[in-house]
Design a protein around this ligand. Sequence first.
Ligand code: ADP
Ligand code: MG
Length: 690
Amino acid sequence: MRPDRLNPLFVAADSLKGVGPGLARPLERLGLTRVRDFIYHLPDRFVERRAVADLDAASVGENIVVALTPVEYRASAGRGPFRVLASDAAGNICAITYFGRASYSGKKQLPLGEKRWIAGRLDQFGQMLQIVHPDHVAEESATALGQLVEPVYPLSEGLTQGRIAPLIQQALATVPELPEWIEPGLFDRMQWPAWRDALELAHRGEHGQARDRLAYDELLANSLALMLVRNANRARSGSPLLGDGHLRARVQLPFALTGAQKRSIAEIEGNMAQGSPMLRLLQGDVGSGKTVVALEAMLIAVEVGAQAALLAPTEILARQHHETLKRMAAGTGVEIALLTGRDKGKARESILMGLHDGSIGIVVGTHAIFQDAVQYKNLALVVIDEQHRFGVGQRLMLAQKGKRTPHCLAMTATPIPRTLTLAQYGEMDVSKLDEMPPGRQPIDTRVVAVERMGDVVDAIGRHLEGGQQAYWVCPMVRELESEDIAAAEARFAELKLRFGDAVVLVHGQLRPEAKDAAMERFVRGDARLLVATTVIEVGVDVPNATLMVIEQAERFGLAQLHQLRGRVGRGSAASTCLLLRGNVLSETAKRRLALMRETQDGFRIAEEDLELRGGGELLGTRQSGDTPFRVASLEQIQKLLPLAHDDARLLIERASQSQESGLTGERGEAARLLLYLFERDWGVQLLRGG
Ligand code: ADP
Ligand code: MG
């Protein structure tokens, strides 16, 4: 249970004055649903203003506060701006300019002949000085002057600085005083402010130490929680599994395993032979051959008469895994079942029976395989594919499933830089597939201007005529998912005009049946061009698809582009990836695309991605799968995570030396608060559960 003193922070956002139904949506889009979220919604930057006696003392481009007296209204014809001409103390004239509906407020705020204090950016328009949409207009100087430094918050559609700032102030006013959880030595050395002060300071102005402190809190909470999970796991008893290899010997592969695959399998085998349950991450780029490693691990379980389950993030993937595994394990005689949420009636009953009586050795499926109705005779290993879609919470839930805690192997193709691996998977051991199977052809990657769309479609035509298949990826980037879907549908309709029934469309809002039907047509080769939003990102394997077009490639992140591109280049034929780009590219977008052309090494892409993003470009909204952090920036993660990690370890070691069951003493109690504050309380719950 969350400690009472934190309750005020977890009250819903609409308890703040001014949050009605209209604001709820835009706030939600920013992840602001509880008071707590507001205090951690930190400014992107600050505007600093200088108070000037008159305009002679200011320069163009500067943010100022100045007293002006409106002398004339000047409306323009049609949709033009509305201008208020105003005079300063020295007699200089400046236009205060409003566009569109803002004109009304302009007139209201600036009555002729009455002096006002105006805060805004001084610009030049032709010969005239002007301030466009002033940030503040006040009757009394004190009001405007009080805003000499003002935070600029990340916004979403429907929000303004003027609306969000007072909400954040209200939220800050509810912040309780909490005991210090940071190690005293570190706290002194860094000269960090106390938690509540740090929040105040971080919202009030540029304050590196305050920001660092808040970031450190988040990192510490994360490290602590992951380490608690790891410790609890070590203390649990699993079943040591010592397979004799009789089933693995009967697996028939049309290829030899790579060195990296052999090494990973050996690591897994060693791990599963131990008393405490395995908690291991298998990290390997798209196409590095994780599936066969998973199969070997699962067969170890079956060899000793136990069962294994493979959890996939989507039905499509579950199906594909099921087929691949059945093919590879055909010679073993092991019963491999598929169970998804769509299985009903007799078919489902018989699978449930098989899992209960143990006649099914391996089951592949979506989360349906962990519903309460599903009883295993002896589940000894859980493999989770595409780990990043599952949180630690779900991992823990799985741990409850077997009589004894099953071994867990998580697989991810998301290349994450080393620093983030620690943050994301700090509680796990890691095996790395850092070697590609031989014979892969490099993917010819090109950046093409969107004007050449016609040529691209012609190229697809030739490609399909040659008997091969292709992907066309539409971005999912707009605020509203429905608009993205509409764009994908429009593209689909266009391509259909040209290629007819050879084209299918897959996106996230299709009914599962429709999605699978389309997917299956593509996998079978009946459909030759698959138009898709990013649902194909994860795991789909169609070796005959050797061309990929990615629309608006500049809008994708590097990791995502890399994952998408991994869908081609899976067979022995040469593959091509065309990155269609728009005309307006930021510097980093250009570098991203250039890097894609330059390399196919996922680990390198991940490192450079981190650098590119750390180096300036602000992340307006947190991208999913990016980092598990909201407060800590990439730079702060690199700088502070190692410290947080060490500190967390010390805290936990001290706790276990004191023979207590968990975090005790003054600092221990404070650390518990921290875990709740950052909602890493599954760590605390583990403590209690023992
Ligand atoms: P991942 O899941 O890591 O993206 P897969 O397990 O789907 O990769 O493997 C990608 C492809 O490579 C599959 O067609 C698989 O049969 C093949 N493959 C796996 N290991 C090897 C190997 N050692 N040599 C050649 N091909 C391999
Ligand atoms: Mg895979």
